[in-house]
Design a protein around this ligand. Structure first.
Ligand SMILES: [Zn+2]
Length: 116
């Protein structure tokens, strides 16, 4: 007796949600947009990086997993870094409650402006 090749059906429910990593990805045009908005200065303290580190980083204003679609220019800000160094704005928004609150508020402002 012959049996046809009968592979197990492939699962049809493909993941259609973006992974946290995909959502958190900062596309070149997003980075460019944030850079133009900031004018090359830290969007919080207005310096080009901190005096010691001279680094400007594209920082997420919101936890990556909270982003619904992809990261847009309104989800990020150019901040002085590096984020691992205390005293920089990037470190401040990533590791302090005060900084996180500022970041969320700043993000709201950016979205408000984008609506106009
Ligand atoms: Zn700064």
């Amino acid at each position: 007796m012959m049996f046809g090749f009968n592979p197990a059906p492939k699962p049809t429910s493909r993941r259609n949600k973006l992974t946290t990593k995909m959502r958190g990805r900062i596309k070149p045009e997003v980075y460019q947009g944030a850079m133009e908005r900031s004018g090359g200065l830290c969007e919080r303290c207005g310096k080009y990086g901190s005096h010691e580190y001279q680094t400007l980083q594209c920082a997420h204003l919101i936890r990556r997993w909270k982003i619904e679609g992809e990261t847009t220019v309104n989800d990020v800000a150019m901040l002085c870094g590096p984020s691992v160094n205390t005293g920089t704005c990037h470190n401040w928004i990533d590791y302090t409650a005060e900084g996180k609150a500022w970041a969320e508020e700043y993000r709201q402002q950016l979205y408000e402006k984008a609506k106009e």
